[in-house]
Design a binder for this molecule. Structure first.
Ligand code: NDP
Ligand code: OXD
Length: 316
């Protein structure tokens, strides 16, 4: 009798995941939420914003896998089965995020927004000196898997990069800061703030006016800019808008929002110095990520420890 691997998605299309796991895990029956299944047969589940409570009937679960790197969606569920839980760590996902961060950091450095506007005006103007990457200080909040890869690639381009994390770190060639006591010094040397933090009770709402007003005022850029590809719950959107309007911020590049999809009524849509992407800075590719999760399932079945386990107490 085959055990069941459950694809539990409350958002997105489960079909490509079911197809991929069917190929990769032939020893399992692959089912999705809503399929007719025997709850006791379900031994593993991959979830993405599953409806809270929808996993509680699966009392034989051995492990839960987040479909992405973030796990805040899991902890919305107060009835989440108490089994080992793992997140995605995969080169495909990491590289996609680094592409996003490098693209937008370079776009801010090279003022592509300004030249797009000038082009609509047939305007040839280059009146402010273009700083070199080495003259621009990037600060990355969240120096985990994604933050560290982005830091390495941004440093290779020549940016002056620093990182901030919960625990202190030594990373060759990088300036590192940690904890709330070192946050002001980190912000004060940041021209482009990149946020790659997880959403936890400690980080919720951290990107507010107070934090943004702490960014560098002595940079080679018109004013500091923000790139948030972590989670929307990290930011206060009304504060970001106010900071753009009072000159505290020059540009904001946002991939994630307090409410997703971003409501059509949001003032962010029409702001001339906001770039919006629909939470796809780094998508979980079904082919790449199901391979990683299938390897994890085999580890569990062999009695080996699950990799990339989430610490439920820390929330990431
Ligand atoms: P990691 O768990 O590897 O890294 C998280 C980092 O955040 C760590 O450096 C950690 O510190 C730091 N951190 C956590 N809490 C705090 C805190 N209270 N104060 C300071 N630093 C803190 O995660 P990943 O790098 O893999 O992913 C980061 C996030 O990116 C995900 O949680 C997800 O929300 C988001 N994401 C967004 C995607 C998108 O498409 N927009 C795609 C993929 C991920 P320490 O090192 O000390 O533990
Ligand atoms: C993730 C995401 O957490 O895509 O992987 O947001």
């Amino acid at each position: 009798m085959k055990k069941t691997f459950l694809v539990a998605m409350g958002s997105g299309d489960p079909a490509p995941w079911v197809k991929s796991f069917d190929t990769l895990l032939p020893e399992f029956s692959i089912a999705k939420l809503g399929d007719k299944i025997e709850p006791g047969d379900v031994s593993h589940a991959m979830t993405w914003y599953h409806p809270p409570g929808s996993l509680s009937a699966f009392t034989s679960l051995k492990a839960i896998f987040s479909m992405g790197a973030g796990v805040d969606h899991l902890f919305r569920d107060s009835n989440l089965p108490n089994v080992p839980t793992a997140r995605v760590v995969d080169p495909d996902l990491t590289k996609r995020m680094t592409e996003y961060v490098v693209l937008h950091a370079l776009s801010i450095l090279r003022q592509t927004r300004r030249y797009r506007v000038q082009q609509t005006q047939n305007l040839w103007s280059d009146d402010n000196h273009q700083p070199a990457a080495g003259d621009v200080r990037i600060g990355i909040m969240g120096m985990g898997v994604l933050g560290q890869d982005a830091a390495e690639k941004l440093s290779l381009i020549g940016f002056d990069v620093a990182g901030w994390s919960r625990s202190s770190k030594t990373i060759p060639g990088l300036k590192t800061f940690s904890g709330s006591t070192e946050l002001p010094a980190f912000l004060a040397r940041t021209d482009i703030l990149i946020v790659l933090l997880p959403l936890t009770p400690d980080t919720r709402g951290i990107i507010d006016s107070r934090l943004l007003k702490g960014l560098a005022r002595d940079g080679r850029v018109p004013a500091p800019s923000l790139i948030n590809a972590g989670r929307g719950g990290l930011q206060k959107e009304s504060d970001i808008l106010a900071c753009l309007d009072d000159g505290t911020l020059h540009e904001a590049v946002l991939d994630v929002f307090e409410t997703e999809p971003l409501p059509t009524s949001s003032l962010l849509w029409a702001h001339p110095r906001v770039t919006i992407t629909p939470h796809n800075a780094s998508v979980s590719d079904p082919m790449a990520i199901s391979r990683m999760i299938a390897d994890q399932v085999r580890r569990v079945e062999k009695g080996e420890p699950l990799l990339y386990q989430v610490d439920q107490k820390r929330g990431y």
